[in-house]
Write a protein that binds this ligand. Structure first.
Ligand code: FEO
Ligand code: CA
Ligand code: CA
Ligand code: CA
Length: 633
C-alpha cells in the first residue's frame, strides 16, 4: 500500500521515489513493476546466515500434505483432501437488522452493520474449552476503492463523494464475530451479543504515557484522550488475557493538506509520510486535513486493544507501545510472567521492536491485566554482524532522547518513536511485517517482505541483499527462552526467491521443490504443533499468485518450504490463524480481483461468488482436512 521509505538516516539512492505523484504511480503499478524487476543482486553472506543446504533427507518432513502447483487462477487452490468454506465475506450480515449486501448502491448505514472490506489479521478467542465456539476478531485494513464502487475507477479520487467516503470509513476497522463449529462446518452466530463492528468513526480512548499530551489534542478533542476510530489495521495479536490487538499501519494514506515547513509537527509528519493524499476523506472531513488539524495524525499509528467479550467497552489506543506503521502485535508470557509483544514497522529501512510489560500477567485475576499494556518498556532492535540482537530502550532522558533533540518527555519519545529509534542507531530493515514468537521454542520469526531500494552500499548483515525483491525471514533466538532478554541471537532462516536462479541469492533447503519456494513473506503463524506457516503479499513476480507455505524450522529440513494454498488472482493472503485443536485454519483473502487496471466493472476475478453482477469480495476461509484431521498433517 505504501511503498515509501525511511530516508531519515543515511543518504540512500532512492529508486525513483521523488514525489507524491511517484508514490501514487508506484502504488498503482507495484505488481507490474515487480513482474519485470528482477535485476542482478549482490549477495553478501551474513555471519548469522543459517546453513540450510543440507542434502540429508533422512529426517522426515513435519508436514504431511501433497503440495499444490505454482501458478495463477481465478479461484483458490488447496491440496487434495482439503476443503475451504467461505465463512465471512465483505458485506455479510453480522446483526439481525443487517441489510442485504447491495454492491451497486452501498450506504454507510448498511456497511456499519456488515462485515468490512479487506480482511487482514484474524484472531480467535475461544468461548468453550474445545475451541469449537469462539469469537473471530478480524481487521479490515483498507478499501480497494476502484474495485469496491461502480463507476469510480476512471477518475480517482475525483469521483469520490462524501457518502462514498463514509462507506469506506464504515468498511475499515474491525469485526468481532461469534462463530460455532458443528460436524466440521462453521457458522456465524447471528444475532449474537458479541457481534460488533469497529470502524474509522468508533469512539475510542488513548491511554498510557502519551495520553492527554497537547500534541494529541485537536479541536474536536482538546483533552487529547478520545479519538474517533481506527484505520489501516494490518496484522495484530491476541493477548494472554483474551483481548484483541489491531495494529494501525499506513495511517498516512488518509491525510491531505499540508503544514508549513516551520510548523512544530512538520518534521514528525515528514518522517511518517504524512500526508500521502491517497484517500479522498480529507475533502469532506476536516480532521483528515492536516492544514486544519495538524495533530490528528498523531492520534493514529498506535496499537489498539479491543475487548471482544465486551462489545460496549471502548477500544483503547495503547501509547506505551509506540507510534509507527505497526504491523503485528503478537505476545508471549516470559518465564517471569511479564508479557512480551513483538512488532514490526513496515516501511523500507524501518525497524523491529519489542515491548516488555512492567508487571507480570496474572491468569487467575483477569482485571489485574486490564491495563498491563500501559506500563512497560519499548525496545528497538539492532542486529549486529556478530549475530547478536541488541534491544535498545526508548526511554526519555537516556542517550540522545533528551530535550536537546526535541524529546521533552516520554510522550514525545512515543509520538515520534521512529525518530527516537533513528537516533539510537537501530538496524534499518527490509520492511518488517509480522513478527511471531513461538512460545515452545523461545524463537521468534520476523517476516521481511522485500526492499527494492536496498543498494549494494547499504546492505547490512541482517539485510544482506541489494534490490531485495523477494524478502527474507529472520529467526531470533531468545536466550534460554527468556523473551524479556535485552541481548538475543539472530539467524537468517531463509533468503526468499527462486533457488534455481543463482542471481536471486536465495538460500532454501535443497529439499524445497519447484513449488515450495516463495517471495514477499508477510503474515506468519505458528500452529498448535509449533510449526511455522508463511503467507505472502507480492509473490506474483515469481510466476505464482500469493499463497500460504509451510516452512520447516527444525532438523535437517530446516529452511524447506512447501506450498499449501494459492489465493485467487490479485489477492494477498493474510491472518493465518489455527483453531485451538489445529483442525481448522482461518485464512483471510485480501483484495481478490485486484490488478493494475482492475475495477468494479472489470476485476481480474469475481471470487468468491463468481456472479456477473457482484464484484470480488475479500473473505475469510475456514480450511479443513476432509477427514477431520489436523491441518498440515
Ligand atoms: Fe499491511 Fe505491512 O502489510
Ligand atoms: Ca501485512
Ligand atoms: Ca501472525
Ligand atoms: Ca504487506
Amino acid at each position: 500500500m505504501d511503498d515509501s521509505e525511511n530516508t531519515s538516516t543515511n543518504p540512500r539512492i532512492l529508486d525513483g521515489v521523488s514525489s507524491i505523484g511517484d508514490l501514487i504511480e508506484r502504488r498503482l503499478s507495484r505488481r507490474t513493476l515487480l513482474r519485470g524487476g528482477a535485476g542482478a543482486v549482490a549477495l553478501a553472506l551474513a555471519p548469522g546466515l543459517a546453513s540450510c543446504a543440507t542434502s540429508d533427507g533422512a529426517q522426515a518432513t513435519r508436514f504431511d500434505f501433497p503440495e499444490i502447483p505454482r501458478g495463477s487462477g481465478a479461484s483458490h487452490l488447496l491440496p487434495e483432501g482439503y476443503s475451504a468454506q467461505v465463512l465471512l465475506r465483505w458485506g455479510d450480515a453480522l446483526f439481525a437488522d443487517s441489510p442485504p449486501f447491495t454492491p451497486s448502491a452501498q450506504t454507510a448505514a448498511a456497511q456499519n452493520r456488515q462485515f468490512g472490506y479487506n480482511n487482514d489479521f484474524i484472531g480467535f478467542v475461544p468461548l468453550d474449552e474445545a475451541g469449537r465456539h469462539g469469537l473471530l476478531c478480524v481487521n479490515h485494513e483498507y478499501t480497494s476503492t476502484p474495485l469496491m464502487f461502480p463507476n469510480v475507477a476512471s477518475d480517482l479520487p475525483g469521483r469520490m463523494t462524501a457518502e462514498l467516503c463514509a462507506v469506506e470509513r464504515a468498511a475499515h476497522g474491525a469485526s468481532i464475530v461469534e462463530i460455532r463449529e458443528t460436524n466440521g462446518r462453521w457458522r456465524v452466530v447471528n444475532p449474537s451479543r458479541y457481534n460488533r463492528r469497529v470502524t474509522a468513526d468508533t469512539p475510542m480512548i488513548l491511554t498510557g504515557p502519551a495520553a492527554g499530551h497537547p500534541r494529541l489534542a485537536t479541536s474536536a478533542d482538546p483533552s487529547g484522550r478520545s479519538v474517533a476510530g481506527t484505520i489501516n489495521n494490518c496484522a495484530g495479536g491476541i493477548t494472554p488475557w483474551g483481548t484483541y490487538l489491531a495494529a494501525e499501519e499506513n495511517f498516512n494514506l488518509y491525510f491531505v493538506g499540508a503544514v508549513a515547513q516551520d510548523h512544530p509537527e512538520a518534521r514528525n509528519h515528514a518522517r511518517y509520510g504524512v500526508p500521502a493524499r491517497i484517500y479522498a476523506w480529507g475533502r469532506f472531513d476536516p480532521r483528515f486535513d492536516v492544514s486544519r488539524e495538524p495533530n490528528e495524525p498523531n492520534r493514529f499509528g498506535w496499537i489498539v486493544e479491543i475487548d471482544p467479550r465486551n462489545p460496549e467497552a471502548p477500544p483503547k489506543k495503547r501509547t506505551a507501545l509506540g507510534r509507527f506503521k505497526h504491523e503485528g502485535a503478537e505476545s508471549v508470557v516470559a518465564p517471569d510472567g511479564r508479557v512480551v509483544l513483538y512488532m514490526g514497522d513496515d516501511q523500507r529501512f524501518d525497524y523491529v521492536y519489542k515491548f516488555v510489560t512492567a508487571r507480570a500477567y496474572n491468569p487467575s485475576t483477569p482485571e489485574v491485566n486490564r491495563d498491563l499494556l500501559d506500563d512497560g518498556a519499548l525496545y528497538v532492535a539492532r542486529f549486529d554482524e556478530s549475530g547478536d540482537v541488541i534491544w535498545m530502550p526508548l526511554v526519555h532522558g537516556q542517550g540522545p532522547l533528551t530535550a536537546e533533540n526535541g524529546f521533552h518527555s516520554q510522550a514525545d519519545v512515543l509520538i515520534e518513536t521512529r525518530r527516537a529509534a533513528d537516533l539510537l542507531g537501530a538496524t534499518p530493515m527490509d520492511r518488517p511485517e509480522d513478527v511471531e514468537p513461538n512460545p515452545a521454542t523461545g524463537r521468534v520469526y520476523v517476516s521481511l517482505t522485500n526492499n527494492s531500494a536496498r543498494t549494494p552500499e547499504n546492505v547490512n548483515a541482517a539485510n544482506p541483499r541489494a534490490n531485495n525483491i523477494a524478502g527474507h525471514v529472520i529467526e531470533i533466538i531468545e536466550p534460554g527462552g527468556d523473551f524479556t532478554a535485552l541481548q538475543s541471537r539472530w539467524e537468517i532462516l531463509v533468503l526468499c526467491g527462486d533457488p534455481a536462479n543463482p542471481e536471486a541469492g536465495a538460500t532454501w533447503n535443497v529439499a524445497t521443490s519447484a513449488n515450495g519456494w516463495f517471495g514477499s513473506p508477510d503474515n506468519v503463524a505458528i500452529d498448535p504443533r509449533g510449526r511455522l506457516w508463511v503467507a505472502t503479499d507480492g509473490n506474483e513476480f515469481t510466476g505464482a499468485d500469493d499463497g500460504l507455505w509451510a516452512l520447516e524450522t527444525e532438523g535437517a529440513l530446516r529452511g524447506a518450504g512447501r506450498a499449501f494454498f494459492r489465493a485467487p488472482v490479485g489477492a494477498e493472503v493474510c491472518g493465518p490463524r489455527f483453531a485451538p485443536d489445529g483442525r481448522t485454519l482461518f485464512l483471510a483473502v485480501q483484495h481478490p480481483g485486484d490488478g493494475s487496471s482492475a475495477s468494479y466493472e472489470a476485476p481480474t476475478t469475481r471470487w468468491p461468488d463468481f456472479d456477473a453482477a457482484t464484484p470480488p469480495r475479500p473473505a475469510v476461509l475456514a480450511i479443513r482436512r476432509n477427514d477431520g484431521g489436523a491441518v498440515g498433517g
